[in-house]
Design a protein around this ligand. Structure first.
Ligand code: ADP
Length: 363
């Protein structure tokens, strides 16, 4: 095939890809500068699609749309698409020190304790890793730092030349307030001390290169939470609630607190949704139903998804092997993957210069 013909195909390919709309950004892949390294040789087309996150839930959909768009082009013998990602970062936040190597910080928060905030943090980190992202966890829950237990971590961070090297589990580096006190000792971190430790976590920890650092926040919306939200350069926050009526007022308080410090809300996760009885197959809405979604609609923030109440989630947490590791094929793991994908999409949109017209409800 002549070089002329290949050139013609190459131009037609760019035109074709210029008609493929990225569903989140509502703009075409060429305008979004997502196409790189296009080459056409003897009718064989190769190019790379650069996504804004490795955890993009629309990866396959976008690839299919590209193939479809190129079908009518005459002379193409084969199309080879390489899907890759260059995670966009949240950037510096209003005078807050950036965390070296960390592109985005996701704060996981809740209006009160016991709603499954830490469980969500852990499973979200596992799901983002599963989707191909590099993830770390910072357990800043001053009242009950139980992430190491939930992940079965026995090691402590190592200190070399004033730098902290966090223990890693399932490829995830983890720092926790729990490492800062002997086991069983009461953790009473107040104002300046808490400030000092979190500053160390931000400044002196070798996180490596991370797409996302998941921060398990202390529950509630008091001073400790507020000062943390002011200290950590958060890209966005995920609010975890149970579906009860009170969830709405909790979520509203959380929202108000993060808005006060200019932290975007990524959305709401409803945890402990319904209980599916494994014996009789009956669904019981133990903590009521739909509260998280209702809160999201009322507060005009995305609803990211729901996780049912399930014994295996509790057992997995207690045994230090989260559900995404112990039961990767289960519908529960799929639910966490969906939420993780939604969060990654939201962050990509927040970080983009190309804002879509509407953000909409995701789940
Ligand atoms: P928080 O961080 O909000 O205080 P945790 O994540 O520590 O809450 O969860 C409290 C308890 O509830 C833990 O024992 C945890 O295993 C359990 N749990 C959390 N989410 C679920 C769920 N969806 N199904 C069953 N148990 C859950």
């Amino acid at each position: 095939m002549s070089q002329e013909k290949d050139k013609e195909i190459s131009e037609a390919v760019m035109k074709g890809l210029g008609r493929v709309i990225e569903p989140d950004f509502k703009k075409d892949l060429v305008t979004l500068k997502m196409i790189e390294d296009l080459s056409v040789k003897d009718g064989i087309v190769t190019f790379t699609v650069i996504l804004t996150t490795p955890a993009c839930p629309l990866k396959e959909e976008i690839k299919k749309a590209c193939l479809e768009a190129l079908k009518p082009i005459e002379g193409i013998r084969h199309v080879d698409i390489h899907m890759t990602a260059r995670t966009t970062g949240g950037g510096a936040k209003e005078g807050k020190a950036e965390i070296e190597g960390v592109k985005n910080v996701i704060a996981v928060s809740s209006g009160k304790g016991g709603v499954g905030k830490s469980t969500t943090s852990v499973n979200l980190a596992i799901a983002l890793t599963e989707l191909g992202a590099k993830v770390g966890i910072l357990d800043s829950d001053v009242y009950g730092p139980n992430i190491p237990l939930m992940l079965g971590i026995n090691a402590l961070p190592k200190q070399v030349n004033n730098r902290w090297f966090p223990p890693k589990v399932y490829e995830i580096p983890v720092m926790s307030m729990a490492f800062m006190a002997p086991p069983g000792a009461p953790l009473i971190w107040r104002g300046p001390m808490l400030h000092g430790i979190i500053t160390q976590f931000i400044r002196d920890v070798e996180w490596g290169e991370l797409d996302y650092l998941v921060v398990d926040m202390p529950p509630g919306t008091g001073d400790a939470q507020l000062s943390l939200a002011q200290l950590v350069p958060v890209t966005g926050t995920v609010i975890v609630t149970t579906p009860q009526e009170v969830a709405l007022s909790d979520a509203r308080r959380g929202l108000a607190m993060f808005q006060k410090v200019n932290v975007p809300i990524l959305g709401i996760v409803e945890n402990m949704s319904t209980f599916h009885c494994p014996n009789c197959n009956h669904e019981t809405p133990i903590f009521s139903q739909g509260g998280g979604e209702k809160a999201a609609i009322e507060l005009k923030v995305p609803f990211l998804g729901r996780i049912p109440i399930d014994l295996s989630i509790r057992v997995a947490g207690d045994e230090g092997r989260p559900i995404g590791i112990s039961h990767p094929e289960s519908p529960l793991s799929a639910a966490y993957l969906k939420i993780a994908g939604n969060i990654a999409s939201r962050i990509s949109i927040l970080n983009s210069e190309f804002q879509p017209i509407t953000l909409g409800t995701l789940a």
